[in-house]
Design a protein around this ligand. Structure first.
Ligand code: ADP
Ligand code: MG
Length: 322
């Protein structure tokens, strides 16, 4: 249901129409937009935009919140198992909703496998953990995933293999997974922006995957001169993802490549691409690395409330496990 935008100060029927045309269908979308985004719409001044945003924030209750309220909001966080108990333990139960979780690592470290497994596990009630005081049951009914594939490595047959490994119907997982192949960063950003439309047309999107987050940006914006533009676009993309996570209680997973750290002498000799823009926007950050045989090591190195730690998991024919 669209909110009645004319309730906002300075918004008459014609401005409301323009807002709707530009995709601002409800107060929440306006409340979480920037002045610059609204002034892009013809006929909206900076002052008017600021007023609209403030009023929309009030209507959406987006001001200061008490610690008690925030604790209640934390209770609505739900978790999804990765398939590995050890990795779930590092995450204090599993992949968290209302957050962006990043998995960085070299080729073959298991990033894409974790993404596939998450789509499968989303269809298994026993792999979803929610506090029923904070999450209404319907919220997690018939959950769906969106997989934005920028490297062409999504494999439906791998999804089926993992599903069968857990004794569920692979077709069910494929039916509930929307896959979009993005060939460049514009497509990638547009697909992420379109997810809200999917949700509004009745799809209960609960998992959003970007595999990989940075490869298109890295290919298109080469050289120092393009860095600022790249970071700006990447920042906007991250903001879209964070909003989805928060507003719709989704789990957002992104994979990332690594580059050698030129100034490293001791410690980590490689780092995730994207710099601070990605670093600040991702809530949980992992490095994955290969170990013996099918073993992989996941190191959590940045989280607001969990200690740094490592988990060993395996990638088998049946999927991710201990
Ligand atoms: P990346 O980190 O580059 O995304 P992937 O997640 O695609 O890497 O991991 C690829 C690795 O996963 C392969 O090298 C292999 O070890 C393992 N793998 C992929 N498919 C299977 C399978 N069907 N059975 C067992 N292991 C697999
Ligand atoms: Mg991959």
């Amino acid at each position: 249901m669209a909110d009645v935008l004319t309730e906002l100060p300075g918004v008459g029927p014609s401005t409301a129409e323009k807002l709707i045309e530009a995709g601002y269908l409800d107060f929440m979308k306006i409340a979480t937009s920037t002045i610059g985004e609204l002034t892009d719409i013809e006929g909206i001044s900076e002052k008017a935009a600021a007023k609209m945003i403030m009023a929309a924030r009030d209507l959406c209750d987006l001001g200061f919140k008490s610690g008690v309220e925030l604790l209640r909001q934390r209770q609505s966080v739900w978790r999804l198992s990765t398939g590995s108990k050890e990795l779930d333990t590092v995450l204090a139960g599993g992949l968290e909703s209302q957050s962006v979780t990043e998995f960085a690592g070299m080729y073959g470290s298991g990033k894409t496998q974790i993404m596939h497994q998450s789509c499968v596990n989303l269809q298994i009630a026993g792999k979803i953990y929610a506090d029923l005081e904070g999450v209404v049951e319907e919220e997690l009914e018939n959950p769906k995933a969106v997989y934005i594939d920028t490297e062409g490595t999504f494999r439906p047959e791998r999804v089926v293999q993992m599903a069968e490994g857990l004794g569920i119907d692979g077709q069910l997982v494929l039916d509930n997974t929307f896959v979009a192949r993005a060939y460049n960063s514009d497509m990638q950003m547009l697909f992420a922006e379109k997810i809200e439309d999917l949700i509004k047309s009745g799809n209960n999107i609960k998992l959003v995957i970007i595999d990989s987050l940075t490869s298109t940006f890295r290919n298109e914006f080469t050289g120092r001169g393009k860095l600022a533009e790249r970071q700006q676009k990447l920042g906007r993309h991250m903001a879209t993802l964070n909003k989805l996570a928060d507003l719709y209680n989704c789990i957002v997973l992104v994979t990332n490549q690594v580059a050698a750290k030129p100034d490293a002498f001791f410690g980590v000799a490689e780092q995730a691409i994207g710099g601070h823009v990605v670093g600040h926007a991702a809530t949980f950050r992992f490095f994955l690395r290969k170990s013996k045989g099918d073993k992989r090591v996941a190191k959590l190195y940045d989280s607001p409330h969990l200690p740094d730690s490592e988990a060993v998991f395996r990638i088998t024919e049946k999927g991710i496990m201990d």
